[in-house]
Design a protein around this ligand. Structure first.
Ligand code: FAD
Length: 279
């Protein structure tokens, strides 16, 4: 039997400026859409801080005939507000969502409460039945706040059992962590696909800082290599493409169901990696 085609998707964040928004819709999206992804997704700011801009970008893309999934969390909103937003997405022809707990926006302290993603999935299913294809987040290197490896997998199963269709992972560079995680998911009775989230290396300093917070490990040999380039951005870029292409190739060769690229709103290096893979 021929191997099923891997599912490829691309993630954006909603730009902060009108200029950024125009560039994303007019230049970046046609260039990436030419690669024929299954869909795009657009993140949702912690606490609902990008409610309007996520809705705006997603609606504009949908009007251009693009399959796009807004990310969503309760943030600081109640069921009425989130229900209205979900209804608006459905009315605008959106049929995918990425459902998350999200994090506390910086500066809010303990003022508002986080709602687990499983509750959001159940809420969306209760309100809109099977309208949406729902994805949730998964963590091959385990969520930083998880009580244990096993409990994190149990809660992932809970999100999928609440009605999500599949999961997309946090980015990782340790391919063994992902395949071990898939084995553990299968042992826990998870049968839905867990797609690999992949972060192309664009700005290494930012990536290193972000990785410390989200619990994704950048292997020592990658850090050492980048350090050795002493700020030579061209060499770092080339090395980053080589490393991430190899990672993706291993994933695809070893049966990952698909790859979700965190594009950081840039055409390159995602396009170059994609082409290297011969997809
Ligand atoms: P949950 O699945 O709710 O889990 C959060 C933590 O609670 C975990 O440690 C879990 O083990 C634990 N847990 C879960 N359920 C229970 C329970 N019932 N009882 C006790 N403990 C429980 N952030 C954004 O702000 N905007 C985005 O658009 C965004 N997109 C993302 C997309 C992907 C693919 C990924 C991987 C992450 C994304 N994030 C985003 C980050 C995400 O919001 C954070 O990682 C957040 O801390 C956890 O969200 P979650 O949906 O995984 O939470």
């Amino acid at each position: 039997m021929p191997k099923p085609q891997p599912r490829i998707s691309f993630e954006y964040f909603p730009p902060r400026t009108e200029e950024g928004r125009v560039k994303l819709l007019r230049d970046t999206t046609p260039a990436l859409n030419a690669l024929n992804p299954a869909f795009f997704s657009v993140t949702y700011g912690a606490g609902g801080t990008t409610r309007d801009s996520t809705l705006g970008v997603v609606s504009a893309m949908r009007e251009d005939g693009i399959d796009v999934a807004p990310h969503l969390s309760f943030g600081g909103d109640d069921r009425n507000a989130i229900g209205a937003l979900v209804d608006t997405y459905a009315q605008r022809g959106i049929n995918r969502l990425v459902a998350l707990r999200g994090d506390m926006p910086s500066g809010m302290g303990g003022a508002s409460q986080l709602v687990y993603a499983s509750e959001l999935v159940a809420f969306i299913r209760e309100r809109t039945g099977d309208h949406f294809q729902i994805e949730v987040a998964a963590y091959p290197e385990i969520h930083p706040e998880a009580k244990s490896y096993d409990s994190d997998i149990r809660y992932l199963k809970g999100k999928l059992d609440a009605g999500a269709n599949g999961a997309i992972t946090q980015y990782f560079f340790n391919v063994e962590a992902y395949f071990y995680f898939l084995d553990q998911c299968a042992a826990a009775g998870i049968t839905k696909p867990v797609y690999a989230g992949i972060m192309p290396i664009i700005n290494f300093a930012n990536l290193a800082r972000f990785s410390r917070n989200c619990g994704a490990e950048i292997p020592r040999w990658i850090c050492q290599r980048v350090e050795g380039y002493d700020g030579d951005q061209d060499s770092i870029r080339k090395f980053g493409i080589e490393v991430v292409t190899q990672l993706c190739q291993t994933l695809l060769d070893s049966g990952a169901p698909g790859i979700h690229f965190y594009t950081m709103n840039q055409v390159e290096p995602t396009r170059e990696i994609y082409r290297n893979l011969g997809l």
